[in-house]
Design a protein around this ligand. Structure first.
Ligand code: ZN
Ligand code: ZN
Length: 334
């Protein structure tokens, strides 16, 4: 009897899946079709506005770069150090300053109500925070600075990093695409290697002392990890592409801001979702990459995909915290 029942229900289920798929195809065709229609209708005026905007802002950045170049008397080494070290580091600490204020005081509540691991770091342990800040400063001063010093002659050999002319907007977009891919590959595999049971406890264990990370923990790591997994993946792209220092500066700022966001422990509105890497700190053997492309390929996001954290892994476009709109299932009593 039971066998027959499944035999009947299977085609019905298949039919439902088919119907669902068909609905999705219809919806996708409608959205794409109407999108194409409007794009075709407004294409000329859109491109015109776009070019005008980038033309004007391109001139603005070019003038600014010229002023900066003259201000430092054409000293390219100073310009290079400013762009690859001073400005990205200042941006990192400015953003982390705000986050650390929220972590230690619980204010402003506008930020803290978006906490991912709701019961953690509320407030953060001051001694643990001090230790983290010290280690990050050590890594920046004694590892990042020497690496940038070595990077300079390599970039000079590769091209003209402080040349008078800035690259075009489209070229910068292409460079960022290449940088992102290179970073994903290098970070994913070096990170997975650091999780190998034979070496995990010697190096990467330090970074994982924080199972509920905060922003500044993004650079809290063993020196070897700081060089191989934190610094090299974002440096290789600009070196390979022979990028202008302005592009490298933007890229370093972006890389530091995104890694801070992915560790900050708050899923804030209109910012990239930190759920993926937060889950890595919680579970260790999932979600190794930055973009998630290689995790999908290697199946290292399989458990993550079944969790509420995955449902919350979206760009939050309203002000309701995702811990409220997608709550965890109630904990089972042991
Ligand atoms: Zn991490
Ligand atoms: Zn890890």
């Amino acid at each position: 009897m039971r066998k027959e029942a499944t035999a009947v229900s299977q085609p019905a289920q298949l039919h439902r899946v088919d119907g669902h798929l068909w609905d999705s195809v219809k919806k996708a065709t409608f959205v794409l079709g109407s999108g194409l229609f409007f794009f075709a209708a407004f294409r000329n005026s859109v491109t015109w506005h776009f070019q005008r905007f980038w033309g004007a802002s391109g001139d603005f950045w070019q003038t600014l770069w010229g002023m900066l170049y003259n201000y430092f008397g054409g000293n390219e080494w100073v310009l290079f150090f400013l762009g690859t070290m001073i400005i990205p580091t200042a941006v990192f600490w400015a953003f982390n300053g705000i986050l650390m204020f929220a972590d230690t005081t619980g204010k402003p509540s506008f930020i803290t109500r978006y906490r991912i691991q709701v019961d953690k770091n509320n407030p953060v342990d001051p001694a643990k925070l001090r230790q983290a800040v010290k280690k990050v400063l050590f890594n920046q001063l004694f590892l990042s600075v020497p690496m940038v010093i070595v990077m300079y002659p390599v970039m000079k050999w590769r091209g003209n990093p402080c040349g008078p002319e800035l690259p075009t907007f489209h070229w910068v977009l292409l460079e960022f695409f290449v940088f992102g891919l290179i970073e994903e590959v290098l970070f994913y595999y070096s990170h997975r290697l650091f999780h190998h049971p034979a070496i995990y406890r010697y190096v990467h264990k330090v970074h994982h002392e924080w199972t509920a990370p905060i922003g500044v923990v993004s650079l809290y790591a063993h020196p070897l990890e700081h060089i191989l997994a934190n610094m090299l993946p974002p440096i290789v792209g600009p070196v390979l592409m022979g990028s202008h220092v302005a592009t490298t500066m933007l890229w370093f700022c972006m890389a530091l801001l995104t890694t801070t966001i992915s560790h900050c422990g708050y899923h804030l509105p209109f910012l990239p979702s930190p759920e993926f890497h937060d889950f890595h700190h919680l579970k260790f053997n999932q979600c190794f990459g930055v973009l998630g492309v290689l995790d999908r390929l290697h199946g290292t996001d399989a458990i993550f995909k079944t969790t509420k954290a995955n449902e919350r892994h979206i760009l939050l476009l309203n002000f309701t915290p995702l811990s409220e709109s997608v709550p965890d299932p109630p904990k089972q009593k042991k």
